[in-house]
Design a protein around this ligand. Structure first.
Ligand code: ZN
Length: 228
C-alpha cells in the first residue's frame, strides 16, 4: 500500500486538486475525499482541470489516429484500393493528427510517455503506408510463387481464361482476364468495367493493360494497375 501511494507522487485529488505526494492513507488530507491508490481514475493526473480535459481530448485524438493507421495498413494490404482513395482518407485524418501530435508536444498536458509515443507512431505508420505501400508489397511477396504457378497453369491450358472468382492464398481474385497480346490480369477489386489488377505480361503483349489510370511495377515482370 505504501509503495503504491509513493507511485502516486505526481497524482492529485479529484475533489480539490491537492497534491497526493507523501500521503500515506487513501484519503485526501485537504478535503477528505477517498481514493483507490490502485485505480488511476480515482485520482487526477494534473491539478488543473483544463489540462485534464485536454489530456482526454488528446487521448481520443491519438486513439482515432491509431485506429486510422491500422485501418489504412489493412486496406493497403488488401491491394484492391484505388490509391488516391488512400491519400484522401489520410488527408481527412490531418486535423486529428495535428491535434494528437500537437497535444503530445505540450509537456503541460498530462499524457504518459506511451500516449506521447503513440501520437507520433500513428502518423509515421500512415506516412510509411502511403509512401511505400509496404503492407501490400509484403502480401504480394508472400503470394508471388503461387501467382507464378497460376500463370503456368493458365499457359499449360489447365485454367481457362477468362476465369471467375477464386482464392490464391489470402488473395481473393475477382476474375482473371487477358489482353489480346496475352497479358494476364488477376483482378483484386472492381467489376467488369474496371478495378485493380495484378498483371503478368506475355512476351507477345503490345500494351500492359486496358485504360490504365496508374501502373506500379512489383518486380520480376509483375505489375499492379488500375483499369478505369
Ligand atoms: Zn481533496
Amino acid at each position: 500500500m505504501e509503495d503504491k501511494l509513493d507511485d502516486k507522487a505526481f497524482r492529485f485529488c479529484l475533489g480539490c486538486s491537492h497534491p497526493l505526494a507523501g500521503v500515506t492513507e487513501a484519503r485526501c488530507p485537504e478535503c477528505g475525499r477517498t481514493f483507490d491508490p490502485l485505480d488511476e481514475r480515482s485520482t487526477a493526473s494534473s491539478p488543473y482541470p483544463v489540462r485534464r480535459v485536454l489530456a482526454r481530448i488528446g487521448k481520443a485524438a491519438i486513439g482515432c489516429m491509431a485506429v486510422a493507421a491500422v485501418g489504412l495498413a489493412l486496406v493497403n494490404a488488401w491491394g484492391g484500393a484505388w490509391f488516391l482513395m488512400e491519400f484522401m482518407l489520410a488527408f481527412m485524418c490531418a486535423p486529428v493528427a495535428t491535434v494528437s501530435v500537437g497535444f503530445a508536444l505540450i509537456p503541460r498536458i498530462p499524457l504518459s510517455a506511451r500516449w506521447r509515443m503513440a501520437a507520433f507512431a500513428a502518423p509515421l505508420l500512415i506516412a510509411s503506408v502511403l509512401l511505400t505501400g509496404w503492407p501490400f508489397r509484403l502480401v504480394f511477396e508472400l503470394h508471388r510463387g503461387r501467382l507464378d504457378a497460376a500463370v503456368r497453369e493458365i499457359e499449360a491450358g489447365n485454367i481457362d481464361v477468362p476465369a471467375g472468382r477464386m482464392r490464391i492464398g489470402m488473395l481473393t481474385i475477382v476474375a482473371i482476364e487477358q489482353t489480346p497480346g496475352g497479358n494476364l490480369g488477376f483482378q483484386l477489386s472492381g467489376n467488369r468495367g474496371g478495378g485493380v489488377f495484378l498483371v503478368h505480361p506475355s512476351p507477345h503483349g503490345t500494351f500492359l493493360w486496358f485504360n490504365t489510370n496508374w501502373t506500379e511495377s512489383l518486380g520480376d515482370g509483375w505489375w499492379r494497375v488500375e483499369q478505369d
